[in-house]
Design a protein around this ligand. Structure first.
Ligand code: SIN
Length: 215
């Protein structure tokens, strides 16, 4: 999230302006293609990377949780904020956006993301179900998703910034106090919640935290 700024409004304007059908698709991509990058947090509402196409995607077996400390973007080392990571969750699934990176650019993009996501995240190969093109109001129930092996950034339990579970009220308090070079921690939560809703993939954990911040 290096240099991350909240860019929700412009991102949503861009999403809303997207054509209904993607210019490139389907059979061109092999079943296992590491150029598919899965974003489930700030990479949804502020990707800030070049990509060839993006698709709504589901990562089976994972849940999105505010279980990662942020000491470099949405908090400071002495007062960390909370950001999302993927927690193993058999039977569940995490909705997000899969970006297809141009082969020639992929290494450079991932090197930049290694810096942005340096706060405890590591690259992880992950199974992804690719669904409809990413645009507002799309149907999340589309049949027969294509399954690929993509990459994501994940903060494993035990990484140096792992915060782990806590009661919602405690997480909300930490978020309210968190602020860092990329902005207020509360804006991260609100921007993520807004983006997920706009894409038709509301997440109960994110929504509950966003609602708690308004109380
Ligand atoms: C992601 O967005 O996919 C990773 C977590 C974050 O940067 O918020």
């Amino acid at each position: 999230m290096a240099g991350e700024k909240t860019g929700g409004a412009s991102y949503h304007a861009a999403v809303a302006a997207e054509p209904a059908a993607p210019p490139v698709e389907s059979d061109a991509v092999a079943r296992t293609d590491p150029r598919w990058l899965f974003g489930y947090g700030s990479l949804i509402f502020r990707p800030a990377i070049p990509f060839v196409e993006r698709r709504r995607a589901r990562a089976p077996g994972w849940s999105r949780r505010f279980w990662q400390w942020s000491t470099d973007h949405r908090g400071e080392p002495w007062r960390p904020g909370r950001v999302v990571t993927l927690a193993p969750a058999p039977g569940d699934g995490c909705w997000g956006i899969a970006y297809r990176l141009a082969e020639a650019d992929a290494d450079a993009i991932l090197a930049d993301l290694d810096v942005r996501e340096r706060g405890g995240y590591v690259r992880l190969e992950i199974e992804l179900e690719l669904h409809a093109p990413a645009r507002q109001g799309a149907d999340t129930s589309a049949a027969s998703p294509r399954v690929v092996a993509g990459l994501t950034y994940q903060g494993w339990p035990g990484n140096r910034n792992y915060a782990g579970p806590a009661p919602l009220a405690e997480i909300a308090g930490q978020v309210m106090r968190g602020t860092g070079p990329s902005g207020a921690n509360a804006d991260y939560v609100r921007d993520l919640d807004t983006a997920l809703r706009a894409l038709g993939m509301e997440d109960t954990h994110v929504a509950a935290l966003a609602a708690r911040l308004e109380e």
